[in-house]
Design a binder for this molecule. Structure first.
Ligand SMILES: O=C[C@H](O)[C@H](O)[C@H](O)COP(=O)(O)O
Length: 224
């Protein structure tokens, strides 16, 4: 099974997971990335079952609209029932690293505004301890060097993601060499560094459910 076939399988599993929860008024929160793109294409097939969507990036909004799905601003939508998105890593407690596609800030906002966060991944994203994937941090451009120096004090090795500007007009530092044994605490500490807009740890609001595609089928993990 190729990785794309696994992404398609988990996207289809997510559709089956959310289908019973949908009604004519439902607004679906939709994430960003290659796995989320498979989900969007599958979601389009059931667009008669829900009202509209909220997107976590401009790219996702465009893809949803190309399928004829109405995209609402989150301020108009209010609280969402469900948010579906991929991740770069997940651990046994369903803490996540996200932001490989630089969409972490809007993703974290939509996740926070949703009752249930369903994370869709293939088995390459499963880890015991987060940090093998460099942790993305969105920063206000003028603060980039300052934030990088603060991260070095935390034993991280920040690398500027050159040429990338987020949907919010900011920049990304990718932090290597972190072994994240306490993701909730590190998420808070990083949020307190002046100039940090968002860090890619989704721990204080991690996933509620992870659907993980494997060559043998899709496994479900629920937050205990
Ligand atoms: O900023 C991007 C997002 O956090 C993505 O959800 C994450 O990088 C996973 O993307 P993919 O499904 O392409 O591996």
């Amino acid at each position: 099974m190729t990785q794309d076939e696994m992404k398609l399988a988990v996207a289809q599993a997510a559709i089956e997971y959310i289908r019973p929860k949908l009604n004519d008024d439902s607004i679906v929160g939709v994430g960003t990335g290659s796995t989320a793109n498979f989900f969007i294409d599958e979601l389009a097939k059931i667009k008669h079952l829900f009202a509209s969507a909220v997107a976590s990036s401009d790219e996702t909004a465009k893809r949803l609209e190309a399928h004829g799905i109405e995209v609402l601003d989150l301020n108009t939508a209010g609280q969402l029932d469900v948010y579906i998105d991929g991740a770069d890593e997940f651990d046994p407690h369903l803490n996540l690293i996200k932001g490989g596609g630089a969409a972490l800030t809007r993703e974290k906002i939509v996740a926070a505004a949703s009752r249930e966060f369903v994370c869709i991944v293939d088995s390459s994203k499963q880890v015991d301890i987060l940090g093998g994937f460099p942790l993305p941090i969105e920063v206000i451009p003028m603060s980039r060097s300052y934030v990088a120096r603060e991260i070095v004090k935390l034993d991280g090795a920040p690398v500027y993601r050159e040429g990338v500007v987020t949907d919010n007009g900011n920049e990304i530092l990718d932090v290597h060499d972190l072994s994240i044994v306490n993701p909730k605490e590190l998420e808070r500490v990083l949020n307190n560094v002046v100039g940090v807009v968002t860090n890619g740890l989704f721990a204080n609001r991690g996933a509620d459910v992870v659907l993980m595609s494997t060559p043998d089928g899709v496994e479900t993990f629920k937050r205990s």
